[in-house]
Design a protein around this ligand. Structure first.
Ligand code: SPV
Ligand code: MG
Length: 298
């Protein structure tokens, strides 16, 4: 079963899909090991690990490289945050071919102008593309995909840009009509109210996706009551890594040995397991057996 079939199947069979954010193969692997349904390869987290702004600075190829590492390391589907699609409809078309070819299950594109800035940046520029121009990108994406299961998530930033609920609903309906496979409604409010209002009002058939970074106290059962299908925990792994590395580095710098951080860091054993060091032995043994059979060694 392909990754996109797998994601579709989960969407159909489960009431809620929980997606963990990742920024490289190791964080993606941890998301998988903790039983999440899928991985979010987010532009904020990937940019941050390159110490670059989440502002369309990195190229498509750089994002694709980071995302492909996640796909190669994991069995669960990867959802790629493709920002504004790296340009116009022709760029989106090229992007979809590349991402689908790499085994990504779904891409998300948002209706802001390139270059975009992170949606939650205080005082950030959140200029929107016209509905028509974004519909053109969805059409391009739909035409470019090969498998019908490959998902195009249309993300509207209407609430982020302060354009209001009516605009958000109207755009979501237009994006559904254009052939999107899911609608991501983003909000920077610190309560889920406007996301709930959106979910209760829009009346379309597509699954609704949310990113509750700014309203983290919202709980699963309330999201389910409002029929929100997919929850993306976009950047908690990144922020946990940042906080943890900072703490440990400070402790190391302030002490004369490593004993103070022993309890704070993983055993190398755990990392060996994650990187499959122990599987090398089995592989080597298999090669040896084959060489034996072929008479090269006794
Ligand atoms: C990301 O994780 O890169 C996102 C979500 O796009 S947000 O940071 O809220 O814009
Ligand atoms: Mg992003």
């Amino acid at each position: 079963m392909s990754h996109s079939d797998n994601l579709r199947e989960k969407i159909e069979s489960k009431s809620t899909i929980r997606v963990g954010g990742a920024f490289d193969a190791m964080s993606a692997k941890l998301v998988e090991m903790h039983g999440f349904d899928a991985i979010w390869a987010g532009s904020f987290a990937i940019s941050a690990t390159h110490a670059l702004p989440d502002a369309s600075i990195m190229t498509m190829t750089e994002f694709l490289h980071a995302t492909t590492n996640m796909v190669d390391a994991c069995k669960i589907p990867v959802i790629a945050d493709c920002d504004t699609g790296f340009g116009g409809p022709s760029n989106v078309s090229h992007m979809v071919k590349k991402y689908e070819g790499a085994g990504v299950a779904a891409i998300s594109i948002e209706d802001k102008i390139f270059p975009k800035q992170n949606s939650l940046l205080e005082g950030g520029i959140q200029d929107m593309l016209s509905e028509k121009e974004f519909v053109a990108k969805i059409i391009a994406a739909k035409e470019a995909k090969r498998s019908p299961s490959f998902m195009i998530i249309a993300r509207t930033e209407a609430l982020i840009a302060g354009l209001g609920m009516n605009e958000a609903i109207q755009r979501a309906r237009a994006y559904e009509k254009a052939g999107a496979d899911a609608i991501l409604i983003h909000s920077k409010k610190n309560t889920p109210d406007e996301v709930f209002e959106f979910a209760d009002t829009w009346g379309g058939k597509l699954p609704i996706v949310i990113v509750p970074t700014s309203y983290p106290s919202v709980n699963l059962s309330d999201l389910q009551k409002h029929k929100i299908k997919m929850i993306i925990y976009a950047n908690q792994t990144l922020r946990a890594s940042y906080a943890s590395m900072n703490r440990v580095l400070e402790q190391i710098k302030n002490s004369d040995s490593l004993s103070s951080v022993k309890e704070e860091i993983s055993a190398m054993e755990e990392i060996f397991k994650l990187q499959k060091m122990y599987e090398l032995k089995t592989e080597e043994e298999m090669i040896k057996q084959n060489l034996k059979k072929m008479g090269y060694i006794s």
